[in-house]
Design a protein. Structure first.
Length: 123
């Protein structure tokens, strides 16, 4: 599934667009693992925009950023992540706001439960 992203790096005067394809399923059938893949793809895209020479598969931790699932003006919902380096918005997705918010919460809680955080995390 192609997921459009809008990326803004703090200090830049413009946003860029990118498409990621971390999952094949329709958003209405996503699992926590699918949402983890989407969030990871979003964070890596923001990292590439800020650090184009960085290793593309650096480990990612789902912490250290603010997030929201928000209705989109033409329908569906978007996931927006914000952190000190900038922001990234993905979507829109054809799924309810409450369903996607719950999946994001559970995916992030599962990531926090992992012991032994990997070194050199992106976020």
């Amino acid at each position: 599934m192609d997921i459009p992203l809008d990326i803004w790096v703090r200090g830049d005067h413009h946003a860029t667009s990118e498409v990621i394809t971390p999952v094949d399923r329709d958003p209405r059938t996503w699992t926590e693992a699918d949402v983890t893949a989407v969030l990871t793809g979003m964070l890596r895209a923001l990292d590439r925009a800020k650090n184009p020479d960085a290793e593309p598969d650096r480990p990612v931790a789902l912490r250290g950023f603010s997030w929201i699932v928000n209705p989109f003006e033409t329908g569906g919902v978007v996931i927006a992540l914000e952190m000190s380096v900038g922001a990234v918005v993905a979507g829109p997705f054809d799924v309810s706001e409450s369903t996607l918010s719950g999946l994001v919460e559970r995916a992030m809680a599962a990531d926090r439960a992992v012991t032994g955080e990997p070194s050199r995390t992106v976020h």
